[in-house]
Design a protein around this ligand. Structure first.
Ligand code: MSP
Length: 593
């Protein structure tokens, strides 16, 4: 087998390969210092979730992948002008041996199984408020065209050859495994069966003549890409892992299967006896959605952020960029990687019967509640454990009590009978603590609050950039607590609107608290869209005033006019987030089982 680096190739091979790498370097290095692209300045940004296998119904891990992408994309939309185009794709991965076998086991035609389960994913995502702009199914005609074109590009660049492939194949993971990654475990009959060391899924020996992709030629370009852009794969430990993998040998990759063995897939162009490997098929979905092979796809690619789980890192961080380079394109801008959810300390699996149905959770905890829980508790760098009490505790304390309580305290008729955004009094709360005169009432902690909330949007944006949405929510939650402390400290319910001494300060306390709430509502939009909408509507914030560019926190404090001062609050619509009753029957049941 030929094993030369792409750079050596550059000098020796034909012109088409030279342009492949030139194209790569041009796009890559033109993206900014160290290749770090500022997506907020690019007019188009494209976010993707993995496409989901249709062998089984969706679970909370799948929803988590989609929510992370949704929150990133929604936050991006808050940052850029409203006319900037943002693409966001999700979908279902419908071909391959895994689906072919699952359909046979269920006594269904593969297409029936695909229609059924794909519809479940679509319904779930609609229900969960996933704001995708496209839902792709790999069984669609547009996708077959894209995959076959992509295949043609690799072929014409001399990157595919026919060879004998012999080795282990894991149908559950749809991947080839070297002997070192296979172990033996007792099977149902007690005999030792070969299984994947990583996933524990059964593997089988395969010996076939297939088309093979010259993956080995891409080791150096991949290393160069990753070394030049330290954030390409975020969080950093995953970036490091991929660089370590690239230290090892990178064998060529079999990219087709015999059609007699795998018929449920896209045929190799010009050779019906072979079906295209499902991962090549699946990865190209990211291009299909943006119109590939029509030229319009170039306005989206490579300003792309893939959101993926850690189990599919190798496919996205090695195979996919190599295939892209092979087809004359750049690697994606970002690959954001997350870890997994376990349930009560165990891996979720059908056989253990502990799969958590996200639809039930959305019903129980509300859409916003469950979105908040998964994104607040999910830490991309390590696995997280799910159990019901945790959800109840978090939502009761952060959404119902802290945030809902704060809104109620500042807008309730008893405390704010006029129902307006009260005026801010600059002599009560001067812009610098040293200027507090006889009518001033602000204390050092109040200045600390203003400064914390003023810097919150930037902090939150930085956390989004680092794929630490949980930290963004932690920061918001901490400011909510601080604001509650502020209200508690000044006890506006003890102040009197009728008193000329109290009234300006009472108005100021409410004004500051409402301004803080406006910031929280704006920043929570990507995670809890409906709740944030209710909160902002209650504050009287119009739809054109909800972007980060329009935020202008507490402008009166900084000596500027405030468009909110004196504005009528929105209509009262009841509790912002209802407390989850701990005694609910389903919760008791969950304890017992
Ligand atoms: N079809 C492939 C992806 C192809 S993308 C070109 C696939 N599908 S999957 O349905 O198995 O997984 C989809 C996503 O769900 C992956 O990002 C995976 O990591 C994620 N999760 C699956 N189980 C999970 C948990 N228990 N927890 C969190 N996410 C998990 O892989």
């Amino acid at each position: 087998m030929l094993r030369v680096s792409a750079f050596r190739l550059l000098g020796r091979r034909g012109a088409s390969r030279v342009s492949l790498l030139e194209d790569f370097s041009f796009r890559y290095y033109s993206s900014g210092p160290l290749g770090v692209r500022d997506d907020t300045r690019d007019s188009r940004a494209y976010f993707t979730t993995p496409i989901f296998y249709v062998n089984a119904a969706p679970h909370i891990g799948h929803l988590y992948s989609a929510l992370l992408a949704d929150a990133l994309c929604r936050h991006h939309r808050l940052r850029v002008p409203s006319d900037a185009a943002t693409g966001f794709s999700t979908g279902t991965d419908e071909h391959g041996l895994k689906i072919q076998q699952a359909a046979a086991a269920a006594g269904l035609a593969p297409s029936e199984l695909c229609d059924r389960v794909s519809a479940q994913f679509q319904q779930l995502f609609r229900k969960a408020d996933i704001s995708s702009t496209d839902f792709i199914r790999t069984t669609e005609a547009r996708h077959r065209i894209a995959v076959q074109h992509f295949w043609g590009m690799l072929k014409s660049r001399g990157l595919l050859y026919k060879g004998l492939y012999e080795g282990w194949y894991c149908a559950s993971d749809e991947c080839f495994l070297p002997e070192a990654k296979v172990t033996r475990q007792p099977g149902p009959s007690g005999d030792l069966c070969p299984v994947s060391l990583e996933s524990g899924h059964t593997v089988s020996w395969t010996k076939e003549e297939n088309y093979i992709f010259r993956l080995s030629q891409f080791r150096e370009p991949l290393q160069q890409w990753l070394r030049g852009d330290p954030q390409a794969i975020t969080p950093e430990p995953f970036h490091h892992t991929v660089l370590q993998w690239l230290e090892e040998e990178l064998p060529d990759l079999s990219v087709s299967r015999r059609s007699s063995h795998l018929h449920w897939g896209i045929p190799v162009p010009g050779d019906d006896s072979q079906t295209i490997y499902v991962w090549l098929d699946a990865l190209v979905n990211y291009l299909t959605v943006i119109g590939y092979p029509d030229a319009e796809f170039k306005s989206w690619w490579p300003n792309t952020s893939h959101i993926i789980g850690k189990d599919i890192l190798k496919f996205h961080a090695i195979y996919w960029p190599a295939l892209l380079l092979g087809a004359g394109m750049s690697p994606p801008h970002r690959i954001y990687v997350h870890s997994h959810w376990t349930v009560c300390g165990q891996k979720m699996s059908k056989s253990l019967g502990n799969v958590v149905d996200p639809r039930t959770c959305l019903d129980r905890y509300t859409v916003d509640g469950f979105r908040y829980f998964l994104l607040r508790q999910g830490v991309p760098s390590w696995d997280c454990d799910y159990y019901d009490e945790k959800v109840v505790k978090l939502l009761d304390s952060e959404l119902a009590d802290a945030l809902g309580g704060l809104l109620n305290r500042c807008t309730a008729n008893k405390i704010n009978p006029s129902g307006i955004y009260p005026a801010f009094c600059a002599t009560c709360f001067p812009s610098e603590p040293g200027l507090v005169g006889p009518s001033g009432r602000a204390q050092a902690e109040d200045y600390a609050l203003v400064s914390a909330v003023a810097t919150l949007p930037k902090q939150v944006a930085d956390h989004y950039d680092n794929f630490q949405i949980y930290k963004a929510l932690e920061a918001v939650s901490s400011c909510v607590r601080q604001t509650n402390g502020f209200v508690q400290r000044h006890a506006p319910w003890k102040l009197n609107w009728e008193s000329p001494v109290d009234a300006p300060w009472l108005g100021t306390v409410l004004h500051v608290a409402l301004e803080c709430l406006r910031v929280f509502g704006t920043l929570l939009q990507p995670v809890t869209p409906s709740l944030a909408d209710r909160l902002l509507s209650r504050l009287g914030v119009s739809s054109t005033e909800r972007s980060l560019g329009e935020l202008h926190f507490l402008s009166r404090f900084y000596g500027h006019p405030s468009p909110f001062e004196g504005r009528r609050l929105g209509p009262e619509t009841g509790v912002l987030f209802p407390r989850l009753d701990q005694s609910r029957s389903w919760l008791v049941k969950a304890h017992k089982t």
